[in-house]
Design a protein around this ligand. Structure first.
Ligand code: PMP
Length: 757
């Protein structure tokens, strides 16, 4: 609520004896502030927000007074009323205070000057030190949502953030903080703090000393909040935000040394402050849509949150600890972990990279190793909506604390998720079974096929992979014909992949030729179950050539067989335009196998089929999966659908995937070693060959590329019969900037490689 200056002029005259010659509106979040010019100088008139109590205002004045005992020039003194009181009241009941006006310049946000940042930190350390021993029942009782200790009050405000992706980013930081809050209540020091030391609240006075204004957020809270909040605003606009925070933290710690626990908590405090800031401003904008003061730090806050996700907590912990004189906690122990693993498990479980990585944590499209290195994850298609996505994590936590039981009871979550999942399929596919992995789903799909057609014969693509169970291995040419493979049953037939690049002919000719080859293999084999991925992942991200699936489906069905589409890799919006890979081929399978992204990393798989086929399986033998379809899994899977929708991730996969494809194609024009770029959405393959020859796989180069990218903090995988295809299949929150980073790094590795050749 504003106030007319005439009204204020009268109140200042009557209550304070002040004759105002001019008013200048000042910034303020909740309070209304004016600089008032008088004959004898300048003052600040402050109208406190309606909800501010007299006790709180008294406490704010008292806190400034307490600071002034040690640092007399660092705070605004209160001007008494004519009656000798600390404040007066406007006729509407709001409190009017008058404060000294401090002459100086605001330090602003995003100051990159190391020396000044250190001094600011030092200054805040002295402020907080001066408050040791202060007591105020009113401030202790204050339950403000800006106080990070009360961040749970911010949570409902997330709903004011309209953009789904941004809302998730803020939710991530808020949740990370709240999950640790209970522990911090026992470990972190509490004291009275200013609580809002951003760049528009700290002034550098004409004499070079600092002063701090606005005690409206003063509170009894975690001491760490003071410097974490101040440092947040030092980081604004920096490419290396933690680097920008370090001098301020070191300055503070030189006066009030931070404990190890405080150093470790710093990252999460900064994140919570940013989340709190954007939530509050989103809420405030609904009431004051044009208030520039409220929105002034919003763009910077979003950008900084993105940067923090890119950086991660591990490196931050190490750098803040070092700045405060503590040894870094996160030291490389890869060799030790490697030895521990080697003594407990089999080498049949492989490790990515010859120099393995000890991973510590992850967020969205980034992963962080134990030494603090952050990686852009370009090939993990299990965390479909992003690593540790807060909506998914929350859904799992909530469900796990409510009910986790098998499917022998009626359950609303199970029913709702089944309905929502099936609504994503063509109408004829109207039955679902839940299991715990893609492999178990393949296994069940094969059993359904057998039950329906009465034959165990299977046809599958060469180099296809469908899972690790005995039955799945038997139909996975990638395994049974690969390293250590022992072949397969006589009634399993492998069909060569219609790969236009390898064949060196155009797409429609490829389809014709490979349909003929398939006909040769399947001739006289009777009815069988055909299983294939729409884009053969392990085969090197090869999309089956256009028209091929249509032809095969007709062939298989013509002989009384049925078809399975393995959508474990291609499903759930990864391909952009097509929510399922079979849609890309214009076919409708009889059975669909789902896994990996279905629950973002929570172990889950599903089989979707038609009523006809499901009925053939109803023989009297129960189908039971102890964990499949439990309400926890269904809740998590439902959260995945929610996020895909709220954040428009399939659309993002289409846009960013198309962009990345285009940039990779540009590289292909320049480098003969890139033979082919293929795939759809964010499921791409880049086939590396020698001198542009499809028959000469550049396997060693792919190794060099993966290692080189890893050294630049980018994770990518490879596959294909000759392991010469880069597999790009990142979490769907991948951005164009991420794509640029990938392409630029690949470009420079290829440049170097060509020079050496
Ligand atoms: N099908 C395909 C196409 C796969 O890629 C995989 C896993 N890589 C599976 C099935 C098996 O899934 P899971 O590892 O969950 O058993």
């Amino acid at each position: 609520m504003t106030v007319s200056t005439e009204f204020l002029r009268d109140a200042l005259k009557a209550d304070y004896g002040i004759t105002v010659s001019a008013f200048h509106r000042l910034g303020g979040y909740d309070s209304v502030n004016y600089r008032v010019d008088t004959d004898s100088g300048q003052l600040v008139a402050k109208i406190y927000p309606e909800e501010a109590s007299a006790d709180e205002v008294m406490a704010e004045i008292a806190i400034a007074k307490k600071i002034a005992l040690k640092l007399p020039d660092a705070v605004q003194a209160a001007v008494p009323t004519l009656a000798g009181g600390k404040f007066s009241r406007l006729t509407d009941g709001r409190i009017l205070g008058v404060l000294e006006f401090l002459e100086g310049e605001f330090i602003g946000d995003g100051n990159a000057d190391e020396k000044e940042s250190f001094q600011i930190g030092e200054f805040l350390g002295r402020i907080d030190e001066s408050l040791f021993g202060f007591e105020s029942a009113a401030l202790k009782a204050r339950a403000q949502s800006w106080d990070l200790r009360n961040s749970f009050l911010v949570k409902p405000k997330l709903e004011f953030i309209g953009n789904g992706k941004k809302r998730s980013l803020a939710r991530y930081f808020l949740n990370q903080f709240l999950e640790r809050l209970a522990g911090w209540n026992f470990k972190l020091r509490r004291s009275y703090i200013h609580g809002d030391a951003h760049g528009e609240n700290i002034l550098r006075m004409n004499d070079g000393e600092f002063a701090i204004i606005d005690y409206g957020d003063a509170c009894h809270s975690f001491l760490l909040s003071e410097i974490a909040i101040a440092a947040t605003y030092r980081m604004f606009g920096s490419r290396d935000p933690i680097g920008a925070a370090v001098p301020a933290v070191a300055g503070y710690s030189s006066v009030v040394p931070l404990t190890e626990e405080e150093c470790d908590a710093f990252f999460y405090f900064v994140g919570a402050r940013l989340a709190s800031s954007v939530c509050h401003s989103a809420e405030a904008k609904t009431e004051k849509p044009h208030d520039e003061y409220i929105a002034r730090s919003e763009a910077g806050a979003w950008e900084l949150m993105e940067r923090l996700i890119e950086t991660g907590p591990v490196d931050t912990e190490n750098r803040i600890r070092t700045a405060c004189g503590h040894a870094p906690r996160n030291l490389d122990d890869t060799a030790l972990q490697f030895n521990r693993r080697s003594s407990t498990t089999s080498t049949a479980l492989s490790l990515q990279f010859s120099r393995p990585i000890h991973m510590k944590s992850a967020a969205f499209q980034y992963m962080y190793d134990i030494s603090g290195n952050a990686y852009l994850d370009c090939y993990n298609n299990i965390p479909q909506v992003g690593h540790c996505h807060p909506v998914v994590v929350e859904a799992g936590q909530r469900a796990m604390s409510e009910l986790n039981t098998n499917t022998r009871y009626l359950n609303d979550t199970f029913n709702r998720y089944s309905e929502r999942l099936l609504a994503r399929f063509p109408r004829e596919l109207d039955r679902v079974f839940f299991v715990n992995s893609g492999s178990a789903a393949t296994d069940l799909a094969l059993r359904l096929g057998e039950a329906f057609i009465g034959s165990n014969s299977v046809a599958a693509m060469e180099f296809g992979y469908h899972g690790n169970t005995r039955a799945a291995i038997e139909v996975s040419h990638y395994k049974f014909a690969g390293k250590g493979g022992k072949g397969t049953r006589e009634d399993v037939y492998a069909l060569p992949i219609p790969d236009r690049f390898k064949a060196g002919i155009d797409e429609s000719e490829t389809t014709q030729i490979y349909l003929e080859k398939a006909r040769d293999v399947l001739e006289g084999k009777g009815s069988l179950t055909f299983i294939a991925e729409p884009i053969v992942g392990c085969g090197g991200q090869v999309p089956l050539s256009s028209g091929y699936l249509e032809g095969i489906y007709a062939m298989v069905r013509g002989a009384g067989g049925i078809t399975i589409s393995d959508e474990v890799q291609t499903g759930f919006g990864r391909l952009g335009k097509h929510f399922w890979g079979f849609e890309m081929h214009g076919v409708v399978p009889d059975i669909v196998v789902l896994g990996k992204p279905i629950a973002n990393g929570h172990p889950m798989g599903a089989v979707v089929t038609s009523r006809r086929i499901a009925e053939a399986f109803e023989t009297g033998m129960e189908f039971f999966s102890s964990f499949g379809g439990n309400p926890v899994s269904c809740s998590i899977a439902e959260a995945v659908l929610d996020v895909l929708e709220a954040e428009k991730l399939p659309e993002n996969a289409e846009i960013v995937g198309h962009y990345l494809f285009g940039r990779l194609e540009e590289l292909r024009q320049r480098f003969a070693s890139i033979g082919d770029v293929r795939g759809g959405g964010l499921f791409l393959g880049v086939e590396m060959v020698v001198g542009g020859d499809p028959q000469k796989p550049a396997t060693a180069l792919v190794g060099t590329i993966k290692d080189g990218l890893r050294d630049s903090g980018i994770l990518v995988g490879s596959d294909g019969p000759s392991d010469n295809v880069l597999k790009i299949k990142p979490p769907l929150c991948f951005t164009k900037q991420n794509a640029d980073r990938f392409v630029e790094n690949l470009d420079s590795i290829l440049e170097k490689h060509e020079q050496h050749d």
